[in-house]
Each structure stands twice: as structure tokens, then as C-alpha cells.
Design a protein around this ligand. Structure first.
Ligand SMILES: Cc1cc2nc3c(=O)[nH]c(=O)nc-3n(C[C@H](O)[C@H](O)[C@H](O)COP(=O)(O)OP(=O)(O)OC[C@H]3O[C@@H](n4cnc5c(N)ncnc54)[C@H](O)[C@@H]3O)c2cc1C
Length: 451
């Protein structure tokens, strides 16, 4: 009887797992279990769709569903989430309780957007951005019109893309975060300051250092405020009190942890993702994500995991963590597929790495921005490049680049080699390319990248 391999989740990691299985010569059955009837989507393109910059089909980088299914000879079981797995019996179950047997399994269910557990977070004018459906929902809402002001919670790479698309529609926009600065997981302080001032120039209003503790319909706020209960909490926007919200024109009131409130028409939460692993059960070892080894094997025999649903090696810290990046999901999916097909390949790990383009600027960050050390900021004389670096023991532990994505590949490669202890990490070719992009020799020397 033909072997029967299952793949749960049909995103980047699932797709690359399937591709690697076929590329490695696996000729048995591949059953794909997806909660949708869509081809694999690229979540990072969702904001581009909502912004109207790409068509709907542009969110699906591997082509249409029928073509992908045919190319890899898949048996697609779409529209049903997997709900449970019986590892001993090698069976999985969908929401209707139907069972499917497998010989080997790849878990690739990615992450889902976090919505905070606060009053009002499930309201009709509250949005998030992860899946294709999220992008469609926000786009449809914006096209209906009547949005004068929005609050985006989460000064993250996703949050800033949402802010950008809202500002491009002329919508008044507040960027709020519990952290005191923008990009708290990636930016060094000097870079955060530069970005914050550029955002202010583009009309983005910061509201940092405070969480959102409730979202209230204005009518309800008005009633409560009039009764004097919540209305006594403090100023709203430019000094108004909660009970006066209806006059400010927003349909919602967002209440912050410092007791102030702010009127708006809608709220978009971009406060991170959580591994979508509610179905894996207690028999599988999990931390924040599914625990895997460098073959992408889980704690259960013949079960592999890849992408945002699992923890992988952080090459800088040596720990494992979820590294929510497209290239990471693709690389882990490939390694999982190869090992399922019988090859002995190893995932080399990655580091948290951000490349974001917004408001005509590029922000690239890699390494750990929390590590202490000697920091320096360099701006090229032509203003075309800003580098912000933390050095420890003469080696970079965090690099931020503004406005010059052309040097990020060389610097990241050098950074990765540097943390592996290699000498002359970028070599002569890299040096030449850095000089061509106006990065002086002393910078390479300071970063320990010189040949
Ligand atoms: C707005 C945004 C911007 C981003 N920008 C960048 C960027 O600039 N650079 C970068 O590298 N990364 C970026 N990312 C992250 C990147 O998109 C992810 O790391 C990557 O898509 C992870 O792929 P995955 O296959 O692990 O998960 P996903 O792409 O989430 O795919 C998982 C699939 O599994 C399905 N699924 C979930 N549960 C079940 C179940 N129980 N049964 C069946 N199917 C299930 C899901 O519906 C989904 O289709 C961004 C993400 C977002 C949302």
C-alpha cells in the first residue's frame, strides 16, 4: 500500500515541506489538511492588498489552487481545521470528528493574530491583520467610507504597515503601544527616535507607554459618562472627558491604562501572533510553539513541525524560539520535508530579522536590540544611509539600518558569520560592495567585517 503523509496547514511552511518531499523523490500520497480552500498565501502581502497595491490573487505567491494541487499531486482536504491527533494510532481528526490515518505528519499551522482579552475587543469595528480574510475585511470596511480616525495598537512591523495604508487614505491615525518606543522588539533607541520623528512629520500620532484596557461604543460611553462613573476617568484626546465623546465624532472610545480615552472609528490590533497549536494535545512537547530538533522532528515519532507554529534555533542566543519570518518558515518546511523523505538534513537556525518598507523608508534590523554594549550611530554624508549598532567585545550584537536595504544582505551574512566565530566575515567581495554603497572602510573595521 502507498505511504500516506499528512500536512496540516497550507501556508509557507506546508508548501515548502510538500515541495521538498517531492523534490527528494517521495512518490507516495500527500494529504493536505487546510482550514481553507485557498492556495498557500503570503501573510506579509495582506497589507499590500488592503492598501490596494496588489490584486486579491497577488496574496498567493505560488499560483492558483488547482495548479498547486496538480503540480505536487496532492489530496487536498480543505475547509476543515484539524482538531485533534491520536499519535499512538497515527490518526488525526477534523471538526466533524472524521479520522484520517497517516504514516508521517508535518504540522505547519502557523500563527494567529492575538486579540487582547479586554472588553470590546470582539466588537464589529475591531480588526487585526494576519490572514487573507483579515485583509479583505479591513479593505471592505475602508471602502465603505466614514472612517475619519483609527487607532492602531502595536508599534510593530505589521502595525506600521497598517498605519501607512490608513494614512494613504487620509485617515487620522494614532499608533499606540504598551512599550515606550516604536519597534520595541527590533529598534535601537537612536533609530527609534529618528523613525518616530519621521512618523510625526507624516501625521502619525504616537501614544506609547500605555495599553488599551477597553473599547467602548460611544453611545454606551455617553450614557456611563453622563452618569458620572467612567466619565470621571480623565481627559479624552485634547482634554475632553469620556462623557463628551459623541461630540468628537468617533463611534468608539478607546480607554487606555492611564485612565484617558480617545475617540475613533475603528481599532486595528497588530500586537503579535500566537502559534496556532490548540489542536496538538498534551502528548506533544510544546513551549510557546511546538518543540523541534534540528531535523524538525517533534517529540512524537514520525511527526514533524515547521514555520510559525514551532520553535527553532536562534543562532545568536543558542536558545529556541518562534522566529516569525517567511524565510524561516520556508527553510524549516524544506528541512522537514527532506527528513520526512528520508534525508538527513539539519536546520541551521536563524536570527530575528526585520525588513520593513513604509512611508518611503526602509528599516532593517537584526540581532538582539535588548543586549547592552557600546552603541554608535553613523549617517552617510549624502544622508542615504543610517547605521545604528550595538557592539560587545568588538562584535556587533544588533544592527539597525535605515534607508539602504542594498547593504542589508551583506551585513546580515557578515553578522551571522561573526556570531559563528568566523574571521573576515564578509570577505573582499563584500567589502567592495559595501564601498560601492558608500559605507566607508572604518565602518567595516568597526563591525569586525574587514577582510
Ligand atoms: C502583515 C504581516 C507582515 C509580515 N511581514 C513579514 C516580513 O516583512 N518578513 C518576513 O519574513 N515575515 C513577515 N511576516 C511573517 C510571515 O508571513 C510568516 O512568518 C509566515 O507566513 C509563516 O508561515 P507559516 O507557513 O508558518 O504560517 P501561515 O502562513 O500562517 O500558514 C499556516 C496555515 O495553516 C492554516 N491552519 C491553522 N490551523 C489549522 C488547523 N488546525 N487545521 C488546518 N489548517 C490550519 C492557516 O489557516 C494557514 O493557512 C509577516 C506577517 C504578517 C501577518
Amino acid at each position: 500500500m502507498a505511504l500516506r503523509y499528512g500536512v496540516v496547514g497550507f501556508g509557507c511552511a506546508g508548501y515548502h515541506g510538500i515541495k521538498a518531499l517531492r523534490d527528494s523523490g517521495y512518490g507516495g500520497e500527500i494529504h493536505v489538511f487546510s482550514d481553507k480552500w485557498d492556495p498557500p498565501a503570503n501573510p506579509m502581502l495582506t497589507t499590500y492588498y488592503t492598501a490596494g497595491k496588489i490584486p486579491y490573487r497577488g496574496m498567493f505567491p505560488f499560483g492558483d489552487l488547482a495548479a498547486v494541487v496538480k503540480k505536487y499531486d496532492l489530496k487536498l482536504r480543505g475547509g476543515e481545521a484539524v482538531k485533534a491527533i491520536d499519535y499512538d494510532g497515527r490518526r488525526l481528526f477534523n471538526a466533524r470528528g472524521e479520522a484520517f490515518g497517516y504514516d508521517k505528519l508535518l504540522l505547519a499551522t502557523g500563527g494567529k493574530a492575538v486579540l487582547p482579552a479586554i472588553p470590546g475587543a470582539a466588537g464589529p469595528e475591531v480588526y487585526c491583520m494576519r490572514q487573507v480574510e483579515d485583509a479583505v475585511r479591513l479593505k471592505e470596511r475602508l471602502e465603505r467610507g466614514g472612517v475619519g480616525k483609527a487607532i492602531v495598537a502595536g508599534a510593530s512591523m505589521v502595525g506600521i504597515k497598517v498605519v501607512e495604508l490608513l494614512r494613504q487614505r487620509g485617515i487620522d491615525c494614532v499608533l499606540a503601544d504598551l512599550a515606550p518606543v516604536i519597534f520595541p522588539l527590533a529598534a535601537l533607541p537612536e533609530t527609534a527616535d529618528i523613525i518616530a520623528s519621521r512618523l510625526a512629520d507624516r501625521g502619525v500620532k504616537p501614544r506609547f507607554g500605555q495599553g488599551i484596557e477597553a473599547i467602548e461604543a460611544v453611545e454606551a460611553v455617553g450614557a456611563v459618562g453622563a452618569a458620572g462613573a467612567v466619565g470621571a476617568a480623565g481627559p479624552v484626546g485634547a482634554g475632553a472627558r469620556l462623557g463628551e465623546k459623541a461630540k468628537l465624532g468617533g463611534k468608539l472610545n478607546v480607554r487606555y491604562t492611564d485612565g484617558t480615552g480617545e475617540a475613533c472609528d475603528l481599532v486595528v490590533f497588530c500586537v503579535g501572533t500566537r502559534a496556532d497549536i490548540g489542536f496538538v494535545g498534551q502528548a506533544l512537547k510544546v513551549g510557546k510553539g511546538i518543540v523541534v530538533d534540528r531535523h524538525m522532528r517533534t517529540s512524537q515519532e514520525n511527526v514533524y513541525a515547521a514555520g510559525d507554529c514551532c520553535e527553532g534555533l536562534n543562532r545568536q542566543s543558542g536558545d529556541t524560539q518562534i522566529i516569525g519570518l517567511w524565510a524561516n518558515a520556508a527553510g524549516q518546511g524544506k528541512i522537514a520535508g527532506e527528513n520526512m523523505a528520508g534525508k538527513e538534513t539539519l536546520w541551521g537556525g536563524n536570527i530575528p530579522h526585520n525588513i520593513t518598507h513604509f512611508f518611503n523608508m526602509d528599516f532593517i534590523a537584526f540581532g538582539d536590540n535588548r543586549l547592552p554594549g557600546e552603541r554608535f550611530l553613523w549617517r552617510s554624508p549624502d544622508g542615504g544611509t543610517t547605521l545604528n549598532v550595538t557592539l560587545r567585545d568588538g562584535k556587533p550584537v544588533c544592527i539597525n539600518i535605515l534607508d539602504n536595504c542594498g547593504i542589508s544582505g551583506i551585513l546580515k551574512a557578515g553578522f551571522l558569520k561573526g556570531i559563528s566565530g568566523e574571521n573576515s566575515p564578509v570577505g573582499w567581495n563584500g567589502q567592495v560592495r559595501l564601498r560601492e554603497r558608500n559605507v566607508p572602510a572604518w565602518i567595516s573595521e568597526r563591525l569586525g567585517l574587514d577582510a
